[in-house]
Design a protein around this ligand. Structure first.
Ligand SMILES: [Zn+2]
Length: 236
């Protein structure tokens, strides 16, 4: 049997789901989606459970915030002239103009998008997506080649790289040993791209963000906290 319950922590409303089993201690897990699961001993009353979960409120809220911040946010796009688009942390202004063929190029501080279909949102979005894909496929493998040796003392070889759109994460490290990077990361400054790569490579040795993972990060990239913050605050 499970039920949803909630409490207020600062400005955040924390909802959690309680299930019961034969365990003796309360267990709280926060999923990357923000979902809070509580497994409680069968004989604990709802009040006791609520009380104990609430006492862990600071930790739960911090976990949720941590996952939220590591989640990409992309504003809705109209693909009209004057709109700004990021590439490697630099803001470019979009210039849309009528052309006989579809093409996209960088010119100074502008991304120039030429197409016979200037009114087609889908067409323009696809062109820009293609442009970002090419840029990401050029940049990310180079960054990975530079950064993987940071973990060579741990026995790391350059892992297989997969670049694809991801809605909830900047990257991941798969159980099979591949590094997956969010295509959208090409919008971030190089420093932040490097941070995400190192963040995920460290997960090859430690799946959680616990002390061991932090030690690996501190050793490989001493200023990772600054880069993380930059990724979270600068990229919109
Ligand atoms: Zn992580």
């Amino acid at each position: 049997m499970s039920a949803d319950a909630c409490f207020q922590w600062g400005r955040r409303r924390v909802t959690y789901r309680v299930s019961r089993d034969e365990r003796r201690r309360l267990k709280i897990t926060v999923a990357p989606s923000g979902m809070v699961d509580v497994t409680a001993p069968v004989d604990a009353t709802d009040e006791e459970v609520h009380d104990r979960v609430r006492r862990k409120g600071g930790w739960i809220a911090a976990q949720i915030a941590d996952f939220e911040q590591y989640r990409p946010r992309t504003p809705p796009r109209q693909y009209i002239s004057g709109e700004t688009h990021l590439l490697r942390g630099v803001q470019y202004r979009l210039r849309v103009r009528q052309g006989a063929a579809s093409r996209i190029s960088l010119s100074g501080d502008r991304i120039v998008l030429e197409t016979p279909h200037t009114e087609s949102l889908i067409h323009k979005a696809a062109l820009l997506h293609h442009f970002y894909r090419l840029e990401a496929h050029q940049e990310f493998p180079l960054r990975l080649l530079q950064l993987a040796p940071l973990f060579s003392s741990e026995g790391m070889e350059v892992p297989k790289l997969i670049i694809r759109p991801m809605t909830k994460r900047w990257g991941s490290f798969t159980p099979k040993g591949s590094l997956v990077l969010n295509l959208d990361l090409i919008r971030a400054p190089i420093q932040c791209i490097d941070y995400v790569i190192v963040h995920e490579l460290a997960h090859a040795f430690e799946p959680d963000h616990g002390p061991r993972w932090r030690r690996l990060m501190d050793k490989a990239m001493p200023d990772w906290r600054d880069r993380k913050q930059r990724l979270e605050t600068k990229l919109v």
